[in-house]
Design a protein around this ligand. Structure first.
Ligand code: ADP
Length: 183
């Protein structure tokens, strides 16, 4: 028996693009523990949201790896930003896989608490934090599908892939996890 159903798979969308342009209720930021902004997707989100976001983040006192915190979206199309801190890849023996799965679970739990129905994730930890892309993608998709199978209130989870390599890997992993089992 699989852990998730075709209906759960139908709530996942993979797109290539810039997450700051997503018209969803919440976007997830791959932040660092300071929550005070950085490069990559973090920098793009802060630039697009405007200075109000940094002001609110200053009040949060940082965030531990694997955890998540939520703010308003300010000038973004999204109402909320969920800041989660992915693990830095240190060879895979320092709990990286569990911490990355926690990022997805904790972000989705915060989203449900705010009544979010549509949410977009970047490929957490796969940039500057160097988590191997295929492993990270399998963790991302599996964590989200497990969460969706237990939580009907999230209608759509969008994986927003910045580059074509990430997009291709996400498509392959979603196809693999969501293909019909052999009769
Ligand atoms: P981390 O420090 O968690 O590795 P990065 O921001 O360095 O975070 O990279 C995470 C992923 O986000 C990478 O795939 C990167 O290409 C991607 N990314 C960068 N900018 C954007 C953006 N504007 N929208 C969506 N994804 C982005």
């Amino acid at each position: 028996m699989t852990e998730w159903s075709a209906q759960d798979c139908n709530r996942i969308v993979v797109v290539q693009g810039d997450i700051t342009r997503e018209n969803v209720d919440a976007i997830v930021n791959a932040a660092n523990r300071s929550l005070l902004g950085g490069g990559g997707v973090d920098g793009a989100i802060h630039r697009a949201a405007g200075p109000g976001l940094l002001e609110e983040c200053r009040q949060l006192g940082g965030c531990d790896t694997g955890q998540a915190k939520i703010t308003r979206g300010y000038q973004l199309p999204a109402e909320w930003v969920i800041h989660t801190v992915g693990p830095v890849w240190r060879g895979g023996t320092h709990g990286e896989a569990d911490l990355l799965a926690s990022c997805y679970r904790n972000s989705l739990a915060l989203a449900v608490g705010k009544g979010v129905r549509r949410i977009a994730f970047p490929a957490i930890s796969t940039g500057v934090y160097r988590f191997p892309l295929e492993r990270a993608t399998r963790i991302a998709v599996r964590s989200v599908l497990r969460f969706l199978s237990a939580e009907p209130r999230i209608e759509e989870v969008r994986f927003v892939c910045f580059d074509s390599r990430t997009y291709t890997v996400y498509r392959e992993v979603v196809d693999e996890f969501c293909s019909e089992p052999c009769p």
